[in-house]
Write a protein that binds this ligand. Structure first.
Ligand SMILES: [Zn+2]
Ligand SMILES: [Zn+2]
Length: 303
């Protein structure tokens, strides 16, 4: 499970930063959190095949989070068998997409699966074999979602313990997995005795919002929380609150309250050339914080 920060700036692209998008790669599958203008080119520069994107999770319909969508749709639609692209976003997404795909002239060969989510409280919106995606509404003046990508927990055999009970790989393990109890050397052996649960990793993406319960709830126990930090609290806390944004201090407050393992701050106002002051502000509240920059790649480790 790997993340690549394709754009880490708020509102407008600058020489230094593109606008919002984060790629999540999981077992060969590509998923995008937001798709601001220029995301395609950023993917190209970072060496990711754009036509492999299968899902785009849209937080909200402000331009800096969605204006790269149409280009990406055209690019994917140009390959021989484009398949289906799923787009998950807040209420209003179907209508915005309806207008967007009609704004330009091109062959609509790609199937779009558009999912709208209200997310009054965190809810599961995708349930795949290996992972789930949840969404919850946050507060930004227009419908806006936060997302959680959660790998499912898996039960794994502890080979050493299994061997010590005399359980051999193959049919015996199969029986245990089906819920049978084995009798080996007059001893009863159950699945629980020779296995452990490997916790799934969790990545949470919280963009434009004020501090709100849902942001904390959806981020609970995340391995990585990606969180907007548009402003520096010491300079512009009032501005942050006025525009429905978070300061670096707010982001760290969410990370601490949600008990996450690592915080990555991003979505920086163009007024900050150097993000060190933002990072220092976050670290004062939540130690394990880092500041994202364009093309930062991050492996999501198992705890
Ligand atoms: Zn934004
Ligand atoms: Zn916004």
């Amino acid at each position: 499970m790997k993340l690549c920060f394709l754009g880490t700036g708020a509102m407008v692209p600058t020489k230094q930063r593109n606008v919002s998008s984060v790629l999540l790669e999981y077992e060969g599958e590509f998923l995008l959190f937001d798709c601001g203008e220029g995301t395609q080119r950023q993917m190209n520069l970072a060496g990711y095949n754009r036509t492999k994107v299968s899902r785009v999770l849209i937080t909200h319909w402000h331009g800096d989070h969605v204006s790269g969508l149409i280009g990406l749709i055209q690019t994917i639609g140009n390959i021989p068998e484009p398949g289906t692209l799923q787009i998950i976003g807040p209420i209003g997404t179907k209508q915005h997409m309806h207008h967007l795909v009609r704004a330009m002239s091109f062959d609509h060969r790609l199937t779009l699966d558009i999912v709208e989510v209200e997310g009054v409280k965190p809810e599961v919106v995708v349930d795949e074999k290996r992972y789930t995606i949840s969404a919850a509404a946050v507060e930004h003046g227009i419908p806006c979602l936060a997302f959680a990508f959660k790998e499912k927990d898996v039960r794994r055999f502890d080979m050493e313990t299994a061997a010590s009970y005399g359980v051999s790989p193959g049919p015996q393990m199969g029986k245990l997995q089906r819920g049978d109890t084995l009798t080996i050397n007059d001893k009863q052996v159950t699945l629980e005795m020779v296995t452990y649960v490997q916790k799934g990793r969790k990545v949470v993406y919280v963009m434009d919002t004020s501090v709100t319960d849902n942001a904390i709830r959806i981020a609970e126990d995340a391995d990585v929380l990606i969180c907007e930090s548009t402003f520096l609290s010491s300079e512009h806390q009032e501005k942050a609150e006025e525009y429905g944004h978070l300061s670096a201090k707010d982001a760290a407050f969410i990370a601490r309250n949600a008990n996450v393992k690592k915080l990555v701050i991003t979505h920086f106002s163009q007024r900050y050339f150097d993000t060190t002051p933002l990072l220092e502000e976050a670290q004062a509240v939540f130690d394990n914080s880092i500041a994202a920059y364009d093309f930062l790649e991050l492996e999501v480790e198992r705890a």
